[in-house]
Ligand binder design. Structure first.
Ligand code: HEC
Length: 104
């Protein structure tokens, strides 16, 4: 009775959860390389005094970025991060967090 729609729904269900709520790691990587790599180094591994930001759960990175975006200080050098987080949209934050969780 529902052959084609059911099959389509099945494949959709298989492909979406991998990235969590539809976040797009490739888009996240593209933003990362454009705006974040200069401080946080290749794949978020950290550089000089800038913290490593890869390998953290999506929820952790998302919370941090949203707090910076709201202008909430979190460490001694938050001013730099607040400036960078301000223009980010919710979607960009989700994508960045999805990319950074498994960035290599
Ligand atoms: C101008 C340099 C600079 C740029 C560019 C930058 N950051 Fe940061 N980032 C920092 C500094 C410095 C800190 C530590 C801030 C503090 O003391 O609170 C930080 C902290 C963070 C943290 C929190 C780390 C932790 O575990 O506490 C995350 C997540 C983060 N940055 C993500 C990003 C993302 C994503 C981008 C690109 C949109 C980005 N940063 C761009 C300098 C930068």
């Amino acid at each position: 009775m529902c052959r084609i729609p059911c099959v389509a729904a099945f494949f959709l269900a298989l492909t979406v959860p991998e990235q969590g709520f539809g976040a797009d790691r490739e888009l996240g990587e593209a933003i990362y390389k454009k705006t974040c790599v200069s401080c946080h180094g290749k794949a978020g591994k950290g550089a000089a005094s800038y913290p490593k930001i890869s390998g953290n759960p999506v929820s952790y990175t998302t919370e941090k970025l949203k707090a910076y975006r709201e202008g909430i200080k979190q460490g001694p050098n938050s001013a730099l991060m607040i400036m960078k987080a301000k223009p980010l949209t919710d979607e960009e934050i989700d994508n960045l967090a999805a990319y950074l969780e498994h960035a290599e």
